[in-house]
Write a protein that binds this ligand. Structure first.
Ligand SMILES: [Cu+2]
Length: 357
């Protein structure tokens, strides 16, 4: 609710520039005091649409929901069966109590009980059938971010399909036409559901990818953990994230990577949350070989040591292990390398390491 007010306030300011700016400053909008904005009765606000906006900030109800094992990993490869020329995958969305690490457990929404959801791996030309069952008490849908699918399969809840009601199953069918790094996520109350864990990587291969010793999807995400529980992390006061996760875990509980000197690592950074993360690798540069699922021609590949990964973006980078040692991979917004504001064993949050032996 509060976020909707902020957004509408912004529209009003933009729409009536002279008056809007003065009114905004005067009524506390610039100070982000949303209560004042509500009281001021900003022009153009539609109470009904605000209610329908329904940015539900409540924690996930996990009463009676078993906790995943503290060392359970998200992003495991999703098994499939074959039927009628299709690869059949099954996703089930349900609440889970998920340990993000460093002794902290959140109430999350998860696909197949893990955060992030399992990785769907496919090959160009595959026909996919993904059966999505909603085991939550709120409606949902699944969007295939970056894939070119028929409109009716696009998963924009309430736009291209009715939402999947609690207890129901919806079947998505489409053919994958391009190799690359994609992800799937809820597109119903996405502000809430994606922030609370409903996303997973989708990797399409065509056999022409550069060969590497380790190929690692890295889903970047954020959490707002309060003393009495957690709520969706969003970009406004009161809900700013204080925990940051790489594939559903905060350092020192993030999974590391081990390769030999001279070998190459492909990291597939996926901006799965609502914040931007400049991802930096120690120990040598990397090449950006693909962006948003599109290969970068060799002559255009930037050599860098930091890449800013915004929400929704994917960057595939290839890093070569030049020297032995433990080389950090981390976000360079260093607040994002803390756990609730503190460092543990040299970092927190969006930190992992490549060990070169
Ligand atoms: Cu960051």
């Amino acid at each position: 609710m509060r976020k909707v007010l902020l957004a509408l306030g912004g529209v009003a300011v933009l729409g009536v520039i002279g008056v809007g700016v003065v009114a905004g400053a005067g009524d506390g909008m610039l100070g982000m005091d949303h209560s004042n904005a509500a009281d001021s009765g900003m022009a153009g606000m539609d109470q009904t649409s605000m209610d329908m906006g329904g940015h539900d900030m409540s924690p996930v109800n996990t009463d009676g929901v078993p906790a995943a094992a503290p060392d359970a990993q998200g992003g495991t490869t999703l098994a499939f069966t074959r039927s009628g020329g299709e690869k059949v995958f099954r996703l089930s969305a349900a609440p889970v109590r998920w340990t993000i690490g460093d002794g902290t457990t959140v109430s999350a929404l998860a696909y197949n009980g893990q955060v992030p959801g399992p990785v769907i791996r496919a090959r160009v030309g595959d026909r996919l059938r993904v059966e999505v069952t909603n085991r939550m008490d709120e409606p949902t849908s699944v969007h295939w971010h970056g894939l070119e699918v028929p409109n009716a399969m696009d998963g924009a809840g309430g736009i291209t399909q009715p939402n999947i009601a609690p207890g129901e199953t919806f079947t998505y069918r489409f053919r994958v036409t391009r190799a690359g790094t994609y992800f799937y996520h809820s597109h119903t109350e996405a502000d809430r559901q994606l922030s609370l864990g409903l996303s997973g990587a989708l990797i399409v291969a065509d056999g022409t990818e550069p060969q590497v010793a380790a190929d690692v999807p890295m889903m970047l995400g954020e959490w707002r953990v309060n003393p009495d529980g957690n709520v969706p992390a969003m970009d406004y006061d009161g809900s700013l994230p204080n925990w940051f996760t790489l594939n559903g875990k905060a350092y020192p509980d993030t999974a590391g990577i081990t390769v030999k000197r001279g070998q190459r690592v492909r990291l597939r950074f996926i901006g799965a949350g609502q914040f931007s993360h400049p991802m930096h690798i120690h120990g040598g540069p990397f090449k950006i070989v693909a962006t948003d699922g599109h290969p970068v021609p060799p002559g255009a590949q930037l050599t860098k040591d930091t890449v800013l990964v915004g929400p929704g973006e994917r960057y595939d980078v290839i890093w070569t292990a030049i020297q032995p040692g433990t080389w950090l991979v981390h976000c360079h917004i260093l607040h994002h390398t803390t756990n609730n504001g503190r460092e543990v064993k040299g970092g927190g949050g969006l930190v992992t390491a490549i060990k070169v032996v």
